[in-house]
Design a binder for this molecule. Structure first.
Ligand SMILES: Nc1ncnc2c1ncn2[C@@H]1O[C@H](COP(=O)(O)OP(=O)(O)OP(=O)(O)O)[C@@H](O)[C@H]1O
Ligand SMILES: [Mg+2]
Length: 470
């Protein structure tokens, strides 16, 4: 494993000749080495600087190596420790390892032996910290905190994901395109007890039909013309974790039968193999097809459907949960803005917000993300205005108007006022015709308009009700 910077090693050894020798050899091997003659000074150095590895003698005057181990192990994310022990003192070595030392080496030793142990310790540590970092990153990304769920329907989805975390039951995630099916599938995995196992995703619509079986279940060398070596299938790769079968509605009937068998028996048989292989895999499947309709016309097996559908998570389309639109937009803008050079704190103008709320989002969250990405690209400053939005969003379609009103938390009176003013506008200010359209008598309309004018502090025009608008 090559790293840009040399790994740093602290050598703690009271015997000066030995200490110099070790330091020299390790430096020659390309390490960045510091050396010190006592356990307490060693601990001081270790606290002052992050070493990748500490190599220490056990028996030293003043403070012994055990105290050093204890002190190092008490540090956050301690480096690996390799002990140098005297010949014949296996008990001390065991004690050191129990205290947290990574390994030990017995005097006298060849320098090659020490380099080997150091390499192993460093390799494992860098791998371990790399894995830990990736794991943290991925958990953060697919953690529930990063899923926007303001609406009750999405809050129910999140609650469900949490509830099923420890179960191994299969999950079927349905929903229109772009509603977040894959995101939820990952969230299920990363919030489950399998989070340290693999998450393996496959889009069944993207794999040619003839290759799906070998892709999922593997093959033996020679099972077919192109099978030049044994190959594990994705089920085996996902062992101990989760397999995500995306676009399950695209799976052909013969393969549906094979998949069903795997789900029932928890065993796969690679193509050309004579024995089954046990796998412990949780299945999350997703589709934007109406599987019930496919059951009815015989293109999806009922038994497989019930196997997959132990837990159903149906993601609501964005248009039916307008409360999520602005929070999602803000979340996306924050991420997009942070990626700009220099970073920008993107905001939406009130008009742009209204347009987003009124639009019907056939492409759901993905479409919202695309619209915002385009908006950020077009917009000069930090405020996305209505004309930074694409034509389909700007063209006010009477989509889920009430949904938008709910999202804006309008009262009935506010809704009434807005409706009356719109109709009046549409009738070019003609109050008689507006009243007719609204099913109000003219007096009532005048009274309401008066109230609105007062409420907004605009003095009412001195007008004679009987002649106005005629
Ligand atoms: N509630 C949410 N909070 C934050 N981001 C979301 C949310 N829902 C969806 N997204 C984001 O929207 C995008 C589309 O989601 P995803 O790919 O999971 O949808 P999908 O249902 O699998 O779509 P398709 O059917 O097209 O495959 C992703 O970038 C995802 O991270
Ligand atoms: Mg998807």
């Amino acid at each position: 494993m090559s790293t840009e910077r040399a790994a740093s090693i602290l050598v703690v050894e009271d015997d000066e000749a030995m200490r110099d020798l070790l330091a020299e050899e390790l430096e020659d091997a390309g390490f960045d080495v510091e050396a010190t003659g006592g356990a307490s000074s060693g601990l001081e150095r270790a606290r002052a600087r992050r070493f990748d590895l500490i190599i220490t003698d056990l028996r030293m005057p003043e403070m012994d190596g055990f105290d050093l181990i204890r002190g190092v192990m008490a540090m956050p994310e301690p480096p690996h420790l390799v002990m140098i022990t005297a010949f014949g003192s296996i008990e001390t070595a065991i004690r050191a390892v129990k205290l947290g030392a990574y390994d030990y080496i017995t005097k006298p030793f060849e320098i090659e032996e020490l380099l080997l142990v150091a390499d192993k310790a460093l390799g494992e540590r860098s791998l371990r910290s790399k894995v830990a970092r990736l794991q943290r990153e991925v958990e953060e990304r697919f953690g529930l905190g990063n899923i926007i769920a303001k609406s009750q329907s999405m809050r129910d989805v999140i609650a469900m994901v949490q509830r099923i975390a420890s179960s191994t039951a299969s999950v079927l995630v349905t929903g229109e395109s772009g509603t977040g099916k894959e995101l939820i599938a990952r969230a299920i995995h990363y919030n489950s007890t399998r989070t340290n196992g693999p998450f393996v995703g496959v889009n069944l619509a993207a794999v040619p039909e003839g290759l799906i079986e070998s892709e999922l279940f593997g093959h033996k060398k020679g099972a077919f013309t192109d099978a030049r070596a044994d190959r594990n299938g994705l089920f085996v790769e996902a062992d101990g974790g989760t397999i995500f079968l995306d676009e399950i509605g695209e799976l052909a009937l013969p393969l549906q039968a094979k998949l069903l068998r795997v789900l029932q028996e928890h065993e796969v048989r690679p193509l050309g193999a004579t024995k089954n292989q046990r796998v412990d895999v949780r299945v999350v499947a997703a589709t934007n097809k109406k599987l019930e309709e496919m059951l009815a016309d015989g293109s999806f097996r009922e038994d497989l459907y019930y196997r997959l559908n132990v837990i159903l998570i149906d993601l609501p389309p964005l248009r039916s949960r307008p409360e999520d639109i602005v929070p999602l937009a803000e979340h996306v803008l924050e991420n997009l803005g942070a990626r700009q050079h220099p970073p920008r704190r993107m905001r939406l103008s009130p008009e742009a917000q209204q347009l987003l709320l009124a639009y019907h989002w056939p492409g759901n969250v993905r479409e919202l993300m695309n619209v915002l990405e385009r908006g950020v690209a077009l917009c000069q400053g930090e405020l996305i205005a209505d004309d930074d939005l694409p034509p389909q969003v700007r063209e006010k379609r009477p989509s889920d108007f009430l949904g938008a009103a709910v999202a804006r938390r309008m009262t009935l009176a506010e809704l009434e006022r807005e409706f009356i003013e719109r109709v009046l506008e549409d009738e070019a200010g003609n109050k008689t015709r507006a009243a007719q359209r609204l099913g109000l008598d003219r007096k009532t309309l005048y009274r309401k308009l008066d109230e609105y004018a007062k409420a907004s502090g605009v003095p009412t025009r001195p007008s004679a009700p009987s002649t106005e608008g005629e």
